[in-house]
Design a protein around this ligand. Sequence first.
Ligand code: 4NP
Length: 163
Amino acid sequence: MTSKGKYRILFVCLGNICRSPAAEGIFRAITDAHGMTDRFPADSAGTYSGHRGDLPDRRMRRAASARGYELTHRARPVSMSDFFDFDLIIAMDDSNFTDLMHLAPSVETSRKIKRMADYFTGHSFDYVPDPYYMGQDGFELVLDLLEDACKNLFETLAGQVQD
Ligand code: 4NP
């Protein structure tokens, strides 16, 4: 990582209304708490465009709000420019990962794509499950996984900063 530069992170799921906007909100809460949001700007997007312009799913907004995260992102699909504008592109599950790998315009940009599970520290899951057809427990599980991964992601990135 270059010194003093921005390091931009894009979280990606399918619809961009449940998992990835929650990841974006949690990660931003962590960077805000450390005064490092300018250094580590975060955004989110979906591989499916059907929810374009929508706020996050009401169930996710409610569950996130109860933990102190207000999710105001508007859904958008992944674009080609994302592969150049972001330094790290994090897929929520293997299906998102595979879709992103197919979309990536070059080998170099495909190297930016990682899995959220790469940052889990204490879970038996190896992906972030889609909560859309799950009950409230599913949303709580997703938030538990994302809080763990975002904390570790931030610590990993902050540890690489060279001032
Ligand atoms: P997400 O959840 O990928 O975490 O935003 C989903 C939301 C909507 C749909 C699928 C997944 N959908 O098919 O509409």
